[in-house]
Design a protein around this ligand. Structure first.
Ligand code: FAD
Length: 471
């Protein structure tokens, strides 16, 4: 009888324990992927665009082995149990998910399959370690990243990644009703098709992810710490969407960095933040909707739809914020330093609820991640388990002076002010008329004045956040 491999957030052939173990049975293989929008968080727009390409590419890669990939949409429990019965599969293999609703669904499906005498084989491939494995001496979950990551270091290296199976034998798919088949192309936007910039920026295939990793490890990793915060330098790996959708595995990333390990510790600790975020998600089903520190339930967020919209559209009048928000809209990605700047601006200067920003990122990031996104938003807001202190409010102009020194980042994404000289670029509203007119700028017409007074916004935030401090 055939075996089934259920692909999920692991759209690759390399380091795929489920596929590897299925191939080792020597039996014919059927592969399946399911879009179940009712379990866990339905993917946002940019992530759907990325998924479409990743699924098409996985289908092609499996087709080279004559293995079919059924791409389905609907309730995963019904679809998987039905498929297993209809093709008389003896075994189902998958790599576990961590998001609590999805993990609970996995347990239910395992039970249902076992009642039909179908064996389920589960592995962990999306993280270096299963969540919850690392605990403090008192048996508690870590609340602080530094301690968590030190414990991870003492626990030893993760296992080496598995090779892609060399030999796979496909089985025929049973007849599938048209109403459960999902054409991946339908995940792309069409009316209007806003994804042109995404297509220019990303190639969502396992091959491209593997190449990006190799290039980063060979040429950029050694200078990661020196260049990671430079907004225009492109000194980071840009592997976040590949990791999110599993076109590459964290163990593959770990292994690729080992030859320069001494200098890779800064980069590896970012991978550690990903582990720590998932460790938190595994036991926090409402991570994206509730403050981890309930003192933040008392903050009086402002309802300011026009300001939220100006932030979303990159029209706040603060160039570094606008450049970052436009980078996000145009490319589906934003530099980490810029994510911190725009999140702080929204939550503190505008005093708008972090959940509104988190949701916008969820819809617009190709790497929108159910763990990393809310954990980082809560970190910036101060409501997270380990968070910035409430009085730490980024001054966007000072941040721009440090991390966009040449102005290249702002000039790329806010071209209408590109002709301003360096010293004026980050503060157009402070410039005399002659400087503005020489650069072809009329404030409020070519480019807006700031929607918030930076000093006043800071003071308002400090006042509103006062009650979040322990007495
Ligand atoms: P690199 O610097 O090359 O890092 C390597 C990998 O480590 C990343 O691909 C990512 O998987 C992981 N990583 C890096 N920084 C972090 C971090 N702070 N927390 C958790 N994991 C990290 N990352 C996402 O993957 N998805 C999100 O939805 C997301 N939302 C964020 C929201 C805010 C407000 C902030 C401040 C950060 C967010 N991050 C998110 C974390 C980080 O900004 C991105 O992972 C990073 O910018 C991706 O670029 P890179 O792959 O070049 O990163």
């Amino acid at each position: 009888s055939p075996v089934i491999v259920w692909f999920r957030e692991d759209l690759r052939l390399g380091d795929h324990p489920a596929l590897h173990d299925a191939a080792a049975t020597g039996r014919p293989v059927i592969c399946v992927w399911v879009l179940d929008e009712k379990t866990g968080r339905a993917p946002g727009g940019a992530a759907r665009w990325f998924l479409a390409g990743a699924l098409e590419s996985l289908r092609d890669d499996l087709a080279h082995h004559d293995v079919p990939l059924a791409i389905l949409s609907g309730d995963a429990q019904t679809l998987i149990t039905d498929l297993a019965r209809r093709c008389k599969a003896g075994d189902v293999f998958w790599n576990d998910r961590v998001e609590p609703d999805q993990a609970a669904q996995d347990d239910r499906i395992e039970k249902a399959l076992e009642q039909d005498d179908i064996a389920v084989h589960r592995s962990m491939a999306m993280l270096l370690r299963r969540p919850g494995v690392l605990k403090t001496n008192g048996g508690k979950h870590y609340q602080v990243f530094g301690a968590y990551w030190r414990a991870a270091g003492s626990a030893g290296d993760p296992p080496d990644p598995l090779p892609a199976p060399r030999k796979l034998q496909g089985a025929r798919l049973p007849h599938l009703d048209a109403n459960i088949i999902l054409d991946p192309a339908s995940l792309r936007p069409s009316h209007p098709d806003w994804a042109g910039g995404l297509a220019e920026t990303w190639e969502p295939t396992e091959d491209a992810a593997t190449e990006r990793l190799a290039h980063f490890a060979r040429h950029e990793l050694s200078d990661y710490d020196g260049r990671r915060d430079d907004l225009a330098a492109g000194g980071t790996s840009r592997l976040s969407a590949d990791l999110r959708h599993g076109l590459i595995s964290p163990r593959q990333v770990w292994q690729a960095t080992q030859s320069t390990r001494a200098r890779a510790s800064g980069f590896l600790s970012e991978l550690g933040w990903r582990e720590f975020s998932y460790d938190t998600l595994a036991r926090t089903p409402d991570l994206a909707s509730s403050n981890l520190r309930d003192r933040f339930d008392h903050v009086k967020w402002r309802r300011a739809p026009a300001e939220l919209k100006a932030w979303q559209q990159g029209r706040t009048g603060v160039p570094i914020v606008d450049a970052a928000m436009r980078q996000l809209w145009q490319t589906g990605w934003m530099h980490n330093r810029a994510r911190m700047i725009v999140a702080s601006f929204l939550v503190k200067h505008l005093l708008i609820d972090w959940r509104a920003g988190e949701q916008w990122f969820w819809d617009t990031l190709v790497d929108a991640d159910p763990a990393n996104n809310p954990v980082n938003w809560q970190w910036v807001a101060g409501s997270g388990i380990e968070a910035t202190p409430f009085f730490r409010i980024f001054n966007p102009v000072l941040q721009a002076g440090k991390f966009d020194r040449s102005g290249e980042y702002v000039r790329t994404f806010v071209p209408e002010i590109a002709k301003l000289p360096d010293r004026a670029l980050q503060t157009p509203w402070e410039q005399p008329d002659d400087v503005l007119s020489r650069a072809g700028i009329t404030l409020d017409k070519t480019y807006p004045r700031p929607i918030v007074d930076l000093k006043g916004g800071r003071e308002r935030a400090l006042e509103a956040y006062k009650n979040t401090e322990p007495a």
